[in-house]
Design a protein around this ligand. Sequence first.
Ligand code: DX5
Ligand code: ZN
Length: 211
Amino acid sequence: MKLVAPSILSADFANLERDIKAIAAAGADWVHVDVMDGHFVPNLTIGAPVVKALKRVSPLPLDVHLMIETPEKYIEEFIKAGADWLTIHVEACDDVPGTLKRIRELGAKAGITLRPGTPLVDILPFLEQVDLVLVMTVEPGFGGQSFMDDQVAKISRLRKEIDRRGLKVLIEVDGGVNDQTVDRCREADVLVAGSYVFKNDLRQAIQSLKK
Ligand code: DX5
Ligand code: ZN
């Protein structure tokens, strides 16, 4: 069964504690936290102080997706704040191997991700150093976009490469995931969904993704 990580980008920011407890009660596995800096992506969302506050109230692990430039400057702050999983963009970081190593040393699970336009080969050198690869199926920056079908081949190639190397790396898919597109994510382990979960009955939406 797949893990489901609702993105709180589509939650009510005035009621994050209520919404996180509600998705937990509805069967969610992780909380996906989208961190945007207005530079790597043209949008600003939340920072480490909010992650710290969420950690106090969340019964679920925090899956933090950093859409920020020079993530190496901020990883320590986010892990101290309570990020259980911390994912960086390969395009945003000058020292990818050093940053992934540091994430693990600081006690979090390390993830790497890539924009839809970035080829899979760019992250393959780091597969041994990560616990998770996040495949973006929308251009990062905003919730509520349509799933990009042309990224499905990337999921399959990644699955083959992980299996070929005998690794235990999880594949996470993020962007436009809903009951119509979930079939195309068959080879993923973790599904992120924002608008689909929060605009529908939470339990029904989460369970429809798990099947
Ligand atoms: C996009 C974010 C996603 C987004 C998903 O930059 O990384 O996590 O919130 O939202 P939906 O599920 O609405 O596409
Ligand atoms: Zn995300």
